[in-house]
Design a protein around this ligand. Sequence first.
Ligand code: NAD
Length: 439
Amino acid sequence: MPTSDSVRIAPADGKLGILIPGIGAVSTTFMAGVEAVKRGLGIPVGSLTQLATIRLGKRTDNCTPYIRDFVPLAGLNDLVFGGWDIFEDTAYEAAANARVLEPALLEKVREPLHAIRPMKAVFDSDYVRRINGPNVKQGGSKMDQAGMLMEDIENFRTSSGASRLVMIWCASTEVFHKPAPVHATLKDFECGLMKNDPEISPSQIYAYAALKSGVPFANGAPNLTTDLPALLELAREREIPICGKDFKTGQTFMKTLLAPGLKARMLGMSGWFSTNILGNRDGEVLEDPGSFKTKEETKLSVLEQILQPHLYPELYKNLYHAVRINYYPPRGDAKEGWDNIDIFGWLGYPMQIKIDFLCRDSILAAPLVLDLVLFLDLAQRAGMKGIQEWLSFYFKGPMTAPGLYPEHDIFIQLMKLKNTLRWMRGETLITHLGLEYYD
Ligand SMILES: NC(=O)c1ccc[n+]([C@@H]2O[C@H](COP(=O)([O-])OP(=O)(O)OC[C@H]3O[C@@H](n4cnc5c(N)ncnc54)[C@H](O)[C@@H]3O)[C@@H](O)[C@H]2O)c1
């Protein structure tokens, strides 16, 4: 890792190509949103790269530039999009089917979205069970499929004129799998690709193809993709930044807002019951117990890691935490998430908190996609490689170095993100100590 003095950030010249496995609700809302913002039809609400400022120096210095002016990020006009899906619908058709954005708005960005035709996907119905589509690569070993993806990547690079690429997984959640011997080393993994090892999932094949092609990779879903020794080895060897996993939106976002606050005041918690109804394709895939299990893992781990019951047994040891997701088509992408939180205070007296969050999943996820691709591209140009823990802010299950527990508290994550940007630019880190104001 270079020291702050030696971080050289290459300029964001030329176009940045965004490659997306999964042309569904999230990715089309993201792309349509970028096109709308470019035309002055909307504001990129929820995006730090577009709206947030960063404080530099002392509070009395009054120096708070926009993040986008402080670090060299690709501009929205320089983004070009491509992707893969098992369905042949263009991004315009997929966005219309997803019914997240109003038809009148979609119509205004029809042209650029219609031009995005998904490339044939690498798909395996053992990994995503509830859906099936015709736009799938046929034949060959898993290594051959990786080769075909690498060809797609190079063709996109040429046809789009992009000078740099980033890949972000926005496809369906794959079924729960644990790392297997085939994931131990890059050599084992490549051998497994050639032998069609069933433990290698499509998302791992996309990630492998991206890293081999020198393309940074982010995982927006909870499936086991790059958090494997084999792919970490490849990322380090090729000096490519990666991050994941599972966008932190909706209910888990609320959890990481509230739980650190309750814990900060040393309030106890005996139960947290979360249930959701959602009716989009994501909800349909999550009806499958294998895919739900993958999601449940990242959703459940958050509280345990925030509350640290091993350090505070009298407050959190007996916490009962449950998460349910119910597929309910009438709501489409407009999810409803209920939380019942049983807490206790002074002398153990019980209290309850109820949350009813009527949210829009893809509206919350789209700005995260934008920030992640821009920051990953920045990381690549700054020579940062491997796991980008400073991007934990965006994920339910942040990747960390092996053996290191992830930080879930969103305010610590934000501080880490901003301090990383300050570090990149050689600015003083902000510790919030503040003694200098009282000298
Ligand atoms: N919306 C959110 O707030 C949110 C939050 C966290 C995570 N996620 C995750 O993001 C992902 C996308 O969510 P969404 O609402 O857009 O889902 P979606 O079902 O609308 O879109 C996913 C798309 O991926 C395609 N797909 C499936 N397997 C594929 C493969 N192997 N290759 C290429 N395409 C494939 C599907 O055909 C579908 O069009 C899901 O895994 C979801 O769990 C979403």
